[in-house]
Design a protein around this ligand. Structure first.
Ligand SMILES: Nc1ncnc2c1ncn2[C@@H]1O[C@H](COP(=O)(O)OP(=O)(O)OP(=O)(O)O)[C@@H](O)[C@H]1O
Ligand SMILES: [Mg+2]
Length: 474
């Protein structure tokens, strides 16, 4: 923000414009415009913090201006001025993202207060964004790509719980990014100077797992030629990540419970000296651990200790808005690794990527893009370059071999229409990088309608917008 906050006043009545300029120019850099074009000109050339616009601008409409303004990157806070009797329009403006409204005739004290409040909130918003970007960059949250509301929820929880020492249980299907999340939790914590130690619990026999976790003394069992320091000791002061925690056998579960209870105690296998370790435990599983507890396959007391905070990684099919961002990231990575120029995708390849259900989640998408990059012979990855499963999904979903847009034009049956609409929405989201406002415009429907459809069709929640006054009703 520049030293003086900036305000743009848009009103077709000269005396209102000038009156407001007089009122505000001591505290703000004030710009004025009489119509939409003039206002857009200012907005494109100056970093405006607050836009104050009349609803009626001659033949034009302040709402149009607000809609256009809010689509700009780093859009200013928008406030609508409206005559008594058109309050419903002002409320509509707020639903579409305006910050607040004032009624005419103007109460100047109110206007001053409102602008001051808007500037404060803008400043906070900017500070928060700057902080978040700094933190994300330093600690690897920027490695977790995606912009869906579901993913943002996960990232927010990570930011929130990382600094504490609470144990975290990360649930989610295979390939959804549980390990990435675990790393981020450690990197964002105060323990980030100490070690992050991973144990793959499913890979080891019960006896080996116990010695892996707690170490063993020389001669503890056949093959134990040396004393071995266990993972808990190694991780002291840091974080231990138990991957596939559901696979831990009952006797090791008991020992694990002891080391993560207040006692924090354990013994090396074959040893009788009691040791202590101060570690934060992050556990991951692709099973439903609560269900395993109900079935008697996992100790409930251990479950309660692990499950202080639970993070659930959403499957990719429930957040398909994330696909375009992920695809772009993986493309960049694999083109570089394979020393190819940055490849593009043909539209039927994009269509297939958006249609497929991704049972292997992000990992499978990553592999599919690697496959595509390696197989591509031209500047674009075609449908043929993608793995068979992905290709087959595309042919099943579109039996006539026509694109969703084409099917729509050919007036498909009502049953197909639903599917076609779903695909069109996904394509629009893909083309606009998951930006709901831009996608809605492309589709010629309102943002609210698009939000509703995304929810109804279970395409994953649309990204929430902090300035959206319509809130949860949307
Ligand atoms: N949001 C994401 N952004 C970028 N890469 C991701 C994302 N989610 C997952 N990946 C990548 O997908 C692959 C699988 O992720 P990860 O190993 O964290 O999944 P997982 O849930 O631990 O899977 P599993 O249950 O099979 O162990 C990794 O290569 C990871 O980098
Ligand atoms: Mg994993």
């Amino acid at each position: 923000m520049s030293p003086q906050p900036t305000v743009l006043i848009v009103d077709d009545e000269k005396h209102t414009r000038e009156g407001l300029r007089c009122l505000l120019e001591n505290d703000y850099d004030v710009y004025v415009a009489a119509e939409v074009a003039g206002a857009m000109n200012v907005l494109e050339h100056e970093q405006i913090d607050v836009l104050l616009t009349d609803l009626r601008l001659g033949n034009e409409n302040g709402m149009t201006l607000i809609d256009r303004t809010l689509k700009m990157p780093r859009a200013p806070i928008c406030i609508m001025m409206t005559a008594y009797g058109t309050i419903d329009v002002a409320v509509e403006a707020m639903k579409r993202g305006a910050y607040d409204f004032v009624t005419k005739p103007l109460n100047l004290d109110k206007v001053e207060m409102l602008i001051a409040r808007a500037v404060r909130s803008r400043k906070l918003e900017q500070e928060n964004r700057a902080l978040r970007e700094q933190v994300d960059e330093r600690y690897g949250l920027e490695n977790i790509w995606g912009d869906s509301a579901a993913l943002h929820e996960v990232l927010d929880t990570i930011r929130q719980v990382a600094p504490s020492s609470a144990n975290v249980l990360i649930e989610g299907e295979s390939g959804t990014g549980k390990e990435l999340a675990a790393h981020a939790l450690h990197n964002l914590s105060r323990r980030n100077k100490a070690k992050f130690v991973t144990v793959h619990c499913a890979a080891l026999s019960p006896q080996l797992l116990e010695s892996e976790l707690f170490g063993h003394e020389k001669g503890a069992f056949t093959g134990a030629h040396e004393r071995r320091i266990g993972r808990f000791e190694q991780a002291n002061g840091g974080t231990i990540f138990l991957d596939e925690v559901a696979e831990i056998d009952p006797s090791t579960q008991v020992k694990l419970l002891r080391v993560i209870s207040e006692e924090r105690a354990f013994e090396r296998v074959g040893g009788n000296q009691t040791l202590r370790a101060e570690v934060r435990l992050i556990a991951a599983t692709n099973k439903n651990l609560a269900q395993l507890v109900r079935e008697g396959k996992f100790r409930d007391d251990l479950f309660f200790r692990l499950n202080v905070v639970r993070i659930t990684m959403p499957p990719l099919r429930e957040r398909k808005e994330d696909i375009p961002i992920l695809v772009r990231g993986f493309l960049r990575h694999f083109c570089k690794v394979n020393e190819k120029p940055l490849l593009d995708l043909t539209s039927d390849a994009i269509d297939a990527l958006l249609t497929y259900d991704w049972p292997g989640n992000v990992r499978e998408l990553r592999t599919a893009i690697e496959h595509g990059v390696v197989m591509a012979t031209g500047p674009k990855i075609t449908l043929r370059d993608l793995p068979t499963a992905v290709r087959q999904a595309a042919s099943v979903m579109s039996p006539r071999g026509i694109s969703p847009a084409e099917a729509f034009r050919q007036k498909a049956s009502p049953l197909d229409l639903h599917e076609t609409e779903r695909k069109l929405i996904m394509q629009a989201l893909a083309a606009t990088n998951g930006n709901v406002t831009a996608a809605a415009k492309k589709l010629g429907i309102s943002r609210r309608t698009l939000h509703r459809k995304i929810n109804e069709m279970n395409l994953g929640k649309a990204p929430a917008k902090t300035t959206d006054a319509s809130g949860s009703k949307d």
